[in-house]
Design a protein around this ligand. Structure first.
Ligand SMILES: [Zn+2]
Length: 389
């Protein structure tokens, strides 16, 4: 493996990575808004263009900086989710460090190049930030879906997220490795993933647009958000599109697929649709796929690329949100290593190793509530790490 260090700038692509950029007269937070990290998801990009056009026409008073960035330019030009590999799985600490050092061995495929260029834009926006940094990452889904938000469940993210009147999906990040938000969250920024609806549904553009307006309001970039019709319209639009849906849900199951396993989702499933244990959901080469438990379906896969077949979710009670918030304020995590079968990882601060044979009765749930996320299962051990507060 080559470890040669290159000081050459990364080659430029034809389309602009920066959709647009607005700098307010006063200092304030920075809002980074990323769209089309998946090239077959144009809705977020269209929404960014519309919001920038309206901001430039109406010129509401603003502080801080708002910047819109395109994720996978090459895949966007081809209308495909990705060219060689999923750009939203490229953000491991090791990869980010290699990209920052312009190491030649970090540039193995098309998406490495995309990640390198996107990272440069993000890093320079962060370097000139005059306040807190927020990131809103816009996506859409292959199946029909109401808009919803996904957040790494830290208290700071939670405060930001609850300003958006859409269902919040907790725990998705435990099933996805090295996403962009994973990286940005690790850097200490406030992050939110926003899903606008089905890829080619025109309403998905409207939902993403509404999400961006609310992010501009919630971050405080808009100095007088209450007087702006665009913000009021955004709130109404998202509330109407998600009427009757739970405020917070958690992911309880992921069905992973492989390119060669013949996975096919039964047609007609919509995100948040109720399912019962044993319901037939799809098929693969091994036979029928049935719901392992009851709850709701999330992001059923109706496209060729991608390896998340579907997720199962269940309602998360507002009561537990309050409890977990209290537990974190009390820093109850300092007491967790005193529980039987729980040990601190000697090499990694913030990481606990739990003996699943001893701690099976309280394993994952209690660590979730105290602000830990599941990293992996190693034999009889569950490994969890503290979320960045
Ligand atoms: Zn996506």
């Amino acid at each position: 493996m080559s470890t040669g260090v290159s000081t050459e700038p990364l080659p430029a692509l034809e389309v602009d990575r920066v959709v647009s950029q607005l700098v307010g007269e006063a200092a304030g937070p920075t809002l980074l808004c990323t769209a089309s990290l998946h090239g077959n998801e144009p809705a977020g990009l269209r929404a960014l263009e519309k919001v920038f056009a309206r901001l430039e026409a109406e010129r509401p008073p603003m502080r801080g900086e708002f910047i819109g960035l395109v994720g996978n330019l090459t895949a966007v030009s081809r209308g495909e989710r990705f060219v060689d590999s999923d750009l939203n799985r490229h953000w491991s600490p090791a990869k980010v460090a290699a990209l920052r050092a312009h190491r030649a061995d970090a540039l193995e495929d098309t998406e490495d190049l995309e990640a390198g260029q996107l990272l440069q834009e993000i890093d320079s926006a962060v370097a000139r930030a005059r306040g807190e940094v927020y990131c809103l990452d816009l996506h859409t889904t292959s199946g029909e879906s109401p808009p919803f938000a996904t957040a790494m469940d830290t208290l700071r993210n939670r405060r930001f997220a609850l300003g958006f009147p859409v269902p919040h999906v907790l725990g998705l990040e435990e099933h996805l490795d090295h996403t962009l938000l994973d990286h940005l969250d690790g850097e200490g920024y406030i992050t939110l993933g926003f899903e606008g609806g089905q890829h080619d549904d025109p309403r998905s553009v409207d939902h993403c647009e509404a999400g961006i307006w609310l992010a501009l309001a919630e971050t405080g970039l808009l100095i007088e958000p209450d007087g702006l019709p665009a913000v009021a319209e955004a709130r109404e639009r998202l509330a109407a599109a998600t009427k009757g849906l739970p405020q917070v849900v958690e992911v309880t199951h992921r069905h992973g697929t492989r390119d060669d396993d013949g996975f096919q989702m039964l047609p007609g499933f919509v995100s948040f649709q109720t399912i019962s244990e044993g319901d037939l959901l799809g098929r693969n080469d091994r036979g029928e796929l049935r719901a392992p438990e009851g709850g709701g379906i999330l992001m059923p896969l109706y496209q060729r690329q991608g390896d998340d077949g579907f997720f199962v979710i269940r309602k998360f009670s507002a009561f537990w949100l309050t409890v977990s918030s209290a537990l974190r304020h009390l820093r109850i995590d300092a007491l967790l290593p005193l529980l039987p079968g729980v040990h601190r990882d000697r090499d990694r601060p913030g990481t606990l190793r739990i003996d699943r044979r001893v701690a099976r009765f309280y394993a994952l749930e209690i660590f979730h509530l105290a602000g830990y996320r599941k990293k992996r299962i190693e034999g009889d051990q569950l490994v969890v790490t503290r979320r960045n507060e």
